[in-house]
Design a binder for this molecule. Structure first.
Ligand code: PMV
Length: 328
């Protein structure tokens, strides 16, 4: 049996603008997916998942999603989760040259599914790492991130950025600009996350911004302005000035709102965090619903958020220094 874990992430700066070649700074957070893998001799893949903010599910199949038995969660969530694990195992078979390798895979995760916190990337990174090690192969972090990216790319019909998988594999704060990816020095970042219980449709939100850019000059200028904030934010991150970081997060949020990717619940949570004394707050990820991230100055932000109408869950999540962790 082999066990790996990998963290989720928030965007400190730069989502949406990253699609147009601007830099972005995602940060790994101490919420993890843990994947346990045991090799099977019959070449089958059996997946058991618990705590994926679902009721838990178990499925067994011979390497494709066809012929799955009945399960007690929504069909679309199961298909999505199975699609990721199936493809991740495909990458493992490819990189280890073992077409007929089979596995029992057990997934546990603290990361809410589909909420913009990188849950699928964390599961994929941990699964590839554990399954390759189960076969006696330890991947370098870059190769692990690359295989995890290919998994997301294939499952999401070519619509995946490298940010989530790279951030989850390496941990810490990272900078992503096109194909260029690297780690940044960062102080402890006291994040508080507010989750409205929903999720936006990433594809729709990304194409909404694309249309806006085609129609209005202000939208291209806004994307470029987000790029400027990210470049400034990187320098401030290295200086460790949380107050200035918070101010830049607020600017970044305002620009994302101008691009039409915020929502009433996200705005309410952002303002509640600011009113409670957070250094700054912004939506994280595609927007439209899902999560905000606040940089906490006081212990009050989490409590204030938990009483905010429309906020389903509020929790603290420190910056995760480590990416993938090899547990057993
Ligand atoms: O919601 P997430 O965590 O999948 O982030 C989406 C980030 C976007 O910049 C909106 C899209 C992308 O692929 O970079």
């Amino acid at each position: 049996m082999t066990v790996s874990s990998a963290p989720g992430k928030v965007y400190l700066f730069g989502e949406h603008a990253v699609v147009y070649g601007e830099p972005a700074v995602p940060c790994a957070i101490e919420l993890r997916a843990r994947v346990e893998v045991t090799e099977r001799s019959d070449g089958k893949l059996r997946v058991h998942a618990e705590d994926l903010s679902l009721d838990g599910f178990t499925v067994e199949y011979g390497g494709s999603t066809a012929g799955r038995p009945d399960v007690n969660v929504s069909e679309s969530l199961v298909s999505a989760a199975m699609g990721y694990v199936d493809e991740a195992i495909g990458q493992v078979r490819d990189v280890t040259d073992t077409d007929d390798a089979g596995f029992d895979v057990t997934i546990e995760s603290d990361i809410p599914l589909g909420a913009g916190l990188g849950s699928s990337a964390a599961v994929v990174v941990a699964a590839i790492d554990a399954a390759t090690r189960e076969l006696g192969v330890t991947l370098e972090t870059d190769e692990l991130a690359e295989r995890a990216y290919r998994t997301e790319h294939n499952v999401q019909d070519g619509q995946a950025s490298r940010a989530d998988t790279f951030c989850s594999a390496t941990g810490g704060a990272v900078r992503v600009e096109g194909d260029d990816r690297r780690s940044l020095e960062a102080p402890d970042l006291p994040f508080v996350i507010g989750f409205d219980g929903g999720a936006g449709d990433t594809g729709e939100l990304v194409s909404g911004v694309r249309q806006l850019r085609e129609e209005y000059d202000f939208a291209s200028d806004t994307v470029a302005a987000i790029g400027d904030i990210v470049r400034q934010g990187e320098r401030v991150l290295e200086d460790g000035d949380l107050e200035e970081l918070g101010r830049l997060m607020n600017f970044n949020h305002g620009l994302l709102s101008a691009l039409g990717v915020s929502s009433r619940s996200l705005e309410t949570m952002v303002w509640s965090a600011r009113d409670a004394g957070a250094y700054g707050a912004k939506l994280t990820g595609a927007g439209g619903g899902g999560c905000i991230v606040a940089l906490d100055a006081t212990p009050e932000t989490e409590t204030a958020l938990s009483f905010t109408p429309g906020c389903e869950e509020a929790f603290r999540a420190e910056l995760a220094e480590a990416g993938v962790k090899r547990l057993e």
